[in-house]
Design a binder for this molecule. Sequence first.
Ligand SMILES: [Zn+2]
Length: 372
Amino acid sequence: VDVGPTREVLSRHPDADSVIDARGKVVMPGFVDPHTHLIFAGSREGEVPLKVEGTPYGEIARRGGGILSTVEATRRASEDELFALARERLDRMLAQGTTTAEVKSGYGLRTADELKILRVAARLSREHAVEIVPTFLGAHALPKEYEGRAEDYVEYVLHEMLPALGPRLARFCDVFVERGFFTVDQARRVLSRAKEMGLGVKVHADELSQGGGAELAAEVGAVSADHLIHVSDGGLRAMASRGVVGVLLPGTPFTSPGLPFPDGRRIVEAGVPLALGTDLNPNAWLESMQLVLAMASYRLRLFPAEAIAAATINAAAALGLGDRLGSLEVGKQADLLLVEAENHLHLPYRLGTNLVQTVVKKGVVVWRALHT
Ligand SMILES: [Zn+2]
């Protein structure tokens, strides 16, 4: 409704029903987390000591860990179980200031289970204060039953999964473009079909190696290309020219031995709009956008103000929602945080402490710290 210095705002609106005293605090937009794999069953804490020993991902997978172990647990879980697990995570995310979250499928890898995950996302969207943006990620990995038959699996995604989606279960389609996962050509076919169905598209790009994911994202008009640890200069130029948002996810290299952090400064200097997300998943169980801000400032070479913009307005743009979310402006949705700090620099500075005191979603207080 209005933004400005306290005295001016109050003089224009003398009859406010309720007053929230934010003196001495930072008031800022709620965090938009533009990349999560929120809905999964099981957990992989057993991989932490293996990572300490430097065990490569392939070996962890051979010993029964990795993505496919999560797929197995998620296939076994009922819709109600997945809902309960995801709701708890979402409660903690809200308490740490996340007011909107993108949520991907991708731990089902067969039609019934991918649909099950997306139905859980739809139910969360109806029942939880955090706004949910659902993404179909059927091409996340090859399920066991398609081992060595990537082409057949892509055909299955194209001709069975995508048609079964229906009009409202997903807003975006994403593909994991990486050696050992899906090729640029396979991703192009899936994303083109998704676009014909009216979905927006996203790409998991250049995470473990340089694989042409950023170039593909620009070519197909993706709203974002995510990870970008190994992105090429040409890929960045293509993204900049098409306005593709680069989503950086420092939680993944933080928890993956040998994987370097992406270079945020290089991406900003290439003219690519930059967003930040948690990539919450059972390999990197990160729910806090505040911790992402710290990693971004200390490890991705982003100034705190840039990182905050990347976690709010640019993250909203990475979901095609920049006109409605992500900043405090007249006419936008009132998603805002009161932060227990005298300035924004405390957000990356105070590691691992939740500084959020109050969360407002759509103009309503939805969470308050206990001591307030
Ligand atoms: Zn991801």
